[in-house]
Design a protein around this ligand. Structure first.
Ligand SMILES: Cc1ncc(COP(=O)(O)O)c(C=O)c1O
Length: 420
């Protein structure tokens, strides 16, 4: 009997499977904590996204910040994905995974001159410029290299994405982008410069957005700017609508179909005659990955039951950072009594909580559990806090598992340090 949690992540005869492999087996073979990705799920989510835009010219640039493992990037690159990057390191990763530089966009509020130089030398599609000062820096670096930098301005459309304030980015008060009012003037200034060429426009209003009307509102506003730019002879070829489409963190709720987002964007962008650029991250990788962890200890208090597991906020930061919800299931399905418990990590911080007051089946020590929806902003946000080596990453397809990042060891923790 099969019970699907997410595509390619399911219970079969009471055992949790990821793309055909038992979660328990994976934990035994590769140890815990362990990030496990389903290649079939990645492919599924990429196609679900990309095909919604098949009626228009478009490039789906996967947001590398959400999952930057080379093999993940390669899987997506093979399906035609480009890359949305925010650092020289992310461009380096995308290129190493074989992604075409002409499908790489580069955003970020604090691009350093050496990063701009790197992007120019590699011939990326465009720089998404986030301030007037940055425009001049790009122009200067390009002049020094004898190049012309293709640019877009990241414009804040000032719409409320109705998501967590830490991942809401399109408001007037946010540090990102340039304001709606200054955009046209900045394009005029850019047009006067010899070593930049404005070819696109960009916005990104936030992440984990499930009310797609915010995208429609943003697109309408930014389209106004494009029409004005076209009327003054500045040709905008690329309309980059950012990322941000949300996922269902609870398997019992359906995800917002990407088509709902496409319906908001396509009619407006088609009229402008632009190529659409999209930057999904979470939507592609989020529900393609899980974090397996082992219950080390059980602690009963009068008021509380704690499960202390071997994954902490250093491995998966989202719950402690945003109080984000991640569904948790045991590797072996259990019927019967549910009890409220806190699932906590080993880190010496009170905030190291993976789930609070969560109704869970009774778990025993040594049991393996899976923290779902951990494929995006999971490993990429992991740290070595408390001197804990980072977990391994494994990809699974059709019943076969491959390590795509080895577990760090104690030597890795000190390998860059100098004992004086
Ligand atoms: C500029 C930009 N594009 C795309 C993304 C990806 O967002 P998401 O993972 O929500 O699709 C982000 C995330 O913060 C971003 O800052």
């Amino acid at each position: 009997m099969k019970e699907e949690l997410f595509p390619f992540i399911y219970y079969e005869n009471g055992k949790l499977k990821i793309d055909g492999v038992d979660a328990e087996k994976l934990a035994k073979e590769f140890g815990t904590p362990l990030y496990v990705y389903s290649q079939s799920a990645l492919e599924y989510w990429f196609r679900e996204f990309d095909s919604a835009f098949s009626s228009v010219e478009h490039i789906t640039c996967f947001a590398v910040k959400s999952n930057s493992n080379l093999s993940i990037l390669k899987v997506l690159g093979n399906l035609g994905a480009g890359a949305d990057t925010v650092s020289k390191g992310e461009i380096f990763r995308a290129l190493n995974a074989g992604i075409d530089p002409k499908k790489i966009v580069f955003a970020g509020v604090g691009k350093r001159p050496d990063e701009i130089e790197y992007g120019l030398e590699k011939g990326i599609l465009m720089f998404n410029v986030e301030s007037e000062s940055e425009l001049y820096t790009i122009n200067r670096v390009a002049e020094r290299l004898g190049k012309v930098a293709p640019i877009a301005f990241r414009v804040n459309p000032e719409v409320d994405a109705k998501t967590h304030p830490y991942i809401s980015t399109g408001l007037k008060t946010s540090k990102f982008g340039v304001t709606f009012d200054e955009a046209v003037e900045l394009y005029r200034k850019a047009k006067e410069l010899r070593n930049v060429e404005p070819i696109g426009i960009h916005f990104h209003i936030g992440s984990q957005i499930t009310d797609v009307s915010a995208f429609g509102e943003a697109t309408r506003k930014v389209a106004e700017i494009v029409r004005e730019l076209h009327s003054i002879g500045i040709e905008i070829k690329y309309f980059d609508a950012g990322g941000g489409l949300g996922i269902n963190y609870n398997p019992s709720e359906p995800p917002v179909p990407t088509k709902a987002l496409a319906d908001q964007l396509i009619p407006l962008v088609k009229k402008l005659g632009c190529t659409l650029v999209l930057e999904p991250g979470r939507r592609i990788a989020g529900n393609a990955g899980v974090l397996l962890t082992k219950v080390i200890y059980k602690k009963e208090r009068e008021e509380k039951l704690f499960y202390i597991v071997d994954a902490g906020m250093n491995d998966l930061a989202r719950p402690s950072l945003y109080k984000a919800y991640h569904h948790i299931v045991p590797a072996i399905k259990k019927e019967g009594e549910l009890r409220k418990a806190d699932v906590v990590g080993p880190i010496c911080e009170t905030g190291d909580v993976l789930a609070e007051d969560r109704e869970l089946p009774l778990l025993r020590e040594e049991e393996i559990i899976a923290i779902l929806s951990a494929g995006a902003y999971g490993f990429t946000m992991a740290s070595n806090y408390n001197s804990r080596p980072k977990p391994a990453e494994v990809i699974v397809k059709d019943g076969k598992a491959k390590v795509i990042r080895q577990r760090e060891n104690l030597g890795d923790l000190i390998s860059r340090e100098v004992l004086f």
